[in-house]
Write a protein that binds this ligand. Structure first.
Ligand code: GDP
Length: 460
């Protein structure tokens, strides 16, 4: 438990209906009583029950600062597990700051960014993976990201990691006992059993690790590149998705010279879209740079939207685009479906060797976007993600620790197949145990803890 009392403004600072000044620590209630005055002047917060709300004013040396409602949360039933007082005042910048100033004058010190959550972690209310998900909830850009972060905050990842740790600990305990007390514990046939159990743990870890890519896309958005010949309708598509005239649309080929980037939300999925210069052989030097950038962007993209103009035949420029698509998640959008088709869906399927889904759209008439939305959900989130049983890793730090645990467990398998003695298994099992512990914040250094909480906003 920390021995000092901290305070900060927990709401966004600006003109708003309500602003909240939060106080947490052993003297939170006393500090609250020094600034809070009830209507009759006799009611003291110290005499009140936990989880109650009280009307009154905040006063600084007899002068009323604001009319407030004060919420009281007594330890351990608060976010930080400490006594906590929340002063709900008016949301104006000056009013909220004056209330905080008065609180600080009366015995609290200013909280560091994320310090309330850090206390929740240090006091054992949440583990590190849950603390990290608090940042993710605050920063969530879409419905999927929010659902995933809330699920992690509730402890979905922690439960999974704790289960893995328990299973590993059981094995080490068994090995140690058998080595200490061979009369009662036999290691006869044990390596074979351990091998089976290790394979199961490895499978679980691998699936968690592979979810990290999905986690990144949920959190940061799917990095998407729009490719297609000049005039296929790439800029029109981007404008339609973005809902504004972001890109220049003309019927002069090669208008989109460079790449444009746009973050859009489609049915709760975030796409970070790059519109590229049309791919074609060109002598125009500026356009050439655009073309090579388009290829570069496509290289690292999660998704390619390949726009084909259905009113013109496919040609060698499309062949060149097909090469870029190799091994990439791609959706072919057969655009200009409002015009008389020269290229049909069948033609595109056979041209692309049936590798990619093809959707007919019209960027001009704004049709086919619902089908695109459904297909994206299908491709990236298997329709709807069920967050109850699927745990998705959303931090690079967590992923790195899981990879390290996986490597240690693979070493156990190697030791088994090389016929090494059992005490060798223990070392690697304990390494895996420690790496998993670090995911949830066991055995992590103060530096890392400070670094993680330093990313938080003030007042959280
Ligand atoms: P880009 O070079 O691939 O970015 O193509 P643009 O978006 O600039 O579009 C080229 C031309 O095609 C413009 O005149 C658009 O108005 C037109 N266009 C784009 N999409 C459609 C569509 O769905 N139907 C029709 N009829 N015209 C379209």
């Amino acid at each position: 438990m920390q021995d000092d009392t901290i305070a900060a403004i927990s709401t966004a600072i600006g003109g708003s209906g309500i602003g909240i000044v939060r106080i947490s620590g052993p003297d939170a209630v006393q500090v609250g009583d020094r600034v809070f005055v009830s209507p009759g002047g006799r009611k003291k917060l110290i005499d009140q029950a936990s989880h109650t709300i009280h009307y009154g004013t905040v006063q600084d040396e007899g002068k009323t600062i604001d009319e407030v409602l004060v919420s009281l949360f007594l330890a351990p039933k608060s976010f930080t597990m400490e006594d906590t007082v929340e002063i709900n005042c008016h949301g104006g910048v000056y009013a909220t700051k004056r209330v905080l100033e008065t609180v600080l004058k009366n015995g609290a010190r200013p909280a560091q960014p994320g310090e309330f959550t850090k206390r929740a972690f240090l006091n054992g209310r949440i583990d590190l993976s849950q603390a990290e998900s608090v940042i993710d909830v605050i920063q969530a850009k879409n419905e999927y990201a929010l659902c995933n972060s809330v699920s992690q905050l509730k402890g979905s990842l922690s439960r999974k990691v704790n289960d893995l740790r328990e299973r590993i600990l059981y094995e080490t305990a068994f090995i140690e006992s058998a080595l200490d007390d061979p009369e009662h514990y036999s290691l006869e046939g044990y390596p074979e059993q351990l091998e089976i159990r290790m394979m199961d743990l490895i499978r679980i870890l691998e699936s968690l690790i592979s979810s990290a890519d999905n986690g990144r896309m949920i959190k940061e958005g799917i990095s998407t590149v729009i490719l297609g010949k000049p005039n296929a309708g790439k800029s029109s598509l981007l404008n339609l998705l973005a809902g504004e005239d972001r890109a220049i649309v003309t019927d002069i080929e090669g208008t989109t010279r460079d790449t444009l980037e746009e973050t859009i939300s489609l049915g709760g999925i975030t796409l970070n879209i790059v519109d590229t210069a049309g791919i074609r052989n060109t002598q125009d030097c500026i356009e050439k740079i655009g073309v090579s950038r388009a290829k570069e962007k496509a290289e690292s993209a999660d998704l390619i939207l390949y726009v084909v103009d259905s009113s013109r035949p496919v040609d060698e420029n499309d062949e060149e685009i097909l090469e870029i698509l190799d091994g990439k998640k791609t959706i072919v959008l057969l655009n200009k479906s409002d015009l008389t088709p020269v290229v049909t869906k069948e033609d595109v399927c056979s041209f692309t060797k049936y590798r990619f889904p093809v959707l007919e759209i019209s960027a001009k008439e704004e049709t086919g976007i619902d089908a695109l939305e459904n297909l994206l959900k299908e491709m990236f989130y298997q329709g709807e993600i069920s967050f109850n049983d699927e745990v998705i890793i959303s931090s690079a730090r967590q992923k790195a620790e899981l990879v390290s645990a996986l490597e240690s467990l693979k070493k156990v398998l190697e030791s088994i197949s090389s016929g090494l003695p059992e005490d060798f298994y223990s070392i690697d099992l304990m390494d895996a145990y420690a790496a998993l512990g670090r995911v949830i914040g066991r055995e992590v250094g103060e530096d890392l803890v400070d670094e993680i909480f330093g990313q938080f906003c003030m007042g959280k």
